[in-house]
Design a protein around this ligand. Structure first.
Ligand SMILES: [Zn+2]
Ligand SMILES: [Zn+2]
Length: 495
């Protein structure tokens, strides 16, 4: 294909091939799975005002149970209620209000109790509040199980099916850990998850991850809220909070054992492998914040982590950004160190909001094949991501690099020969009068600085490569010189 430097900029076009994306579609694969069991039957007038129990046997090690229920005769006013018992206890009742339900250890459809899924005989409870004389209604309950941990979607289908750039916040806390809000009478109380979701929707965000410290008890609230907030993607997240550093994990709801009592990778490997092996991703949080009594375990101390274990670094954190956006308290040094060691690691931002107030500052914008949890994970992995420090909706940044026939977008790799000229095209919106800077291998190359003359600007520069591998990303500054946008690297391969 002849490169015109524009392949990266065909916005909202068909999804581009995402490098390193280990496509996993657990939830939908699960929904399409063959049922463990299908219970079929019929009710007629003799069943009027009775309860029917239908048994099924759950095997060991089930992580999630899902039941889809349907019946005919609704036009003749047949009504069949459903509920559920496990081998030991009542697990919920939804009457005639729902046709499907899901239960895992951490979250469940409202009306049902989250918790372990014991093996043995379960009972689907059917109640018949109405069936007319002479009517026979057939019902079918399809019982699905998932025995592997995986990426959890709280939405039955993507929030938006289109590929595109989606804006959100990847780091915040609710009252499930140390997030606080003000009560009716003015007291400081643990912040309920709905307040966070409301704040995020008020700010016009497309997605949030609620990343409470080590716990995932917020998942049940997210499960409940997602159908009501059907324009914003709610992503299960967690801040793995150790004595030697903090890291966000995205996508999983299962327990991840965060306990480590020394700073070695050997000690961290347990939880890091659990996340990666089950389709989640890890982002190192606020690595430059010093650890101490003011912020216990906040600085990142875990070294010698193998390549590909860490997917992202929180380069800008809303908490520390107040002090210095470009200083050593932020994640620049950690990110550059990893880039310069040859790792492909995506820079992201997160507000680290603890009061349902500053969500969206900074905003992270991710190119996703669809707005879904899996879309977000694949998008961060691909590296086609930028950070908008002030979270302004009219800001945009993209970068493409071309070398003859080849073109790479942010996160992609360009194969270059020594002395090849790389044509870099930056696309910036909403920062007229500002300046664009090219950062190569973590260092500003000021010979490539360019003024931004309009609010919709494509800037082209040429740069000559050599034998070595390189990373190239862009920073965008406003008129007053303050940093506004940060892109992600395009990688140029060496010999
Ligand atoms: Zn933290
Ligand atoms: Zn945090």
């Amino acid at each position: 294909m002849k490169s015109n430097g524009l392949i990266c900029f065909l916005l909202f076009a068909a999804p581009i091939l995402i490098e390193n994306a280990h496509a996993q579609d657990t939830q939908r694969a699960f929904s399409n799975n063959i049922p463990l069991k299908t219970l079929k039957g019929k009710v007629e007038r003799k069943d009027y005002h009775t309860y029917i129990e239908r048994s099924f046997t759950l095997p060991d090690s089930v992580k999630r149970l899902r039941i889809e229920f349907s019946y005919n005769g609704k036009e003749q006013r047949t009504t069949i209620d459903i509920g559920l018992m496990d081998p030991a206890r009542f697990r919920g009742w939804s009457g005639g209000a729902r046709n499907d339900l899901t239960i895992s250890a951490e979250d469940a459809t409202p009306g049902y109790l989250a918790g372990p899924l014991p093996s043995g005989e379960w009972k689907l409870l059917l109640g018949v509040p109405n069936i007319r004389e002479g009517i026979v209604s057939e019902y079918e309950a399809r019982i699905y199980i998932e025995t592997q941990t995986g990426v959890t979607e709280f939405s039955d289908k993507p929030i938006r099916a289109e590929a595109g750039w989606y804006r959100g916040d990847l780091h915040m806390h609710s009252g499930n850990s140390d997030g606080k809000c003000t009560s009716q009478s003015g007291k400081e109380v643990g912040c309920p998850v709905y307040k966070i979701v409301e704040t995020a929707t008020d700010k016009g965000l497309d997605f949030i991850t609620v990343t409470d410290h080590n716990t995932i008890s917020q998942a049940n609230a997210l499960r409940e809220l997602q159908p009501a907030f059907d324009k914003i993607l709610l992503v299960p997240g967690r801040e793995i909070t150790t004595f030697y550093g903090h890291a966000n994990i995205f996508g999983l709801t299962d327990f991840v054992d965060f306990r480590m009592t020394n700073a070695s990778y050997a000690a961290a490997k347990n939880w890091m492998s659990a996340v990666n092996n089950n389709g989640g991703i890890i982002s190192i949080n606020h690595p430059g914040v010093p650890s101490g009594e003011a912020c216990m375990g906040c600085g990142w101390q875990i070294e010698n982590i193998p390549d590909k274990v860490i997917t992202a670094v929180e380069v800008l954190n809303g908490g520390s950004m107040k002090y210095s956006i470009e200083g050593s308290i932020e994640g620049w040094d950690q990110w550059h160190k990893m880039l310069n060691s040859g790792q492909h690691v995506t820079a992201i931002g997160g507000s680290d909001d603890h009061h349902a107030a500053t969500i969206g500052t900074p905003t992270t914008i991710i190119y996703m094949k669809e707005l879904s949890v899996q879309g977000l994970i694949d998008g961060i992995r691909s590296g086609r991501v930028f950070i908008d420090i002030e979270g302004k909706k009219d800001h945009f940044l993209d970068l493409s690099a071309a070398n003859g026939e080849n073109e790479a977008c942010m996160g992609g790799t360009l194969k270059g020969e020594p002395s090849d000229t790389i044509n870099l095209t930056a696309y910036v919106k909403g920062v007229s009068g500002g300046k664009i800077e090219f950062i190569i291998d973590g260092k500003l190359n000021s010979t490539l600085d360019r003024e931004i003359l309009s609010n919709d600007e494509k800037i082209r520069v040429n740069w000559e490569t050599d034998d070595n591998r390189h990373s190239i990303y862009i920073k965008v500054r406003g008129k007053d010189g303050r940093l506004v946008l940060v892109g992600n690297p395009i990688y140029v391969e060496g010999r």
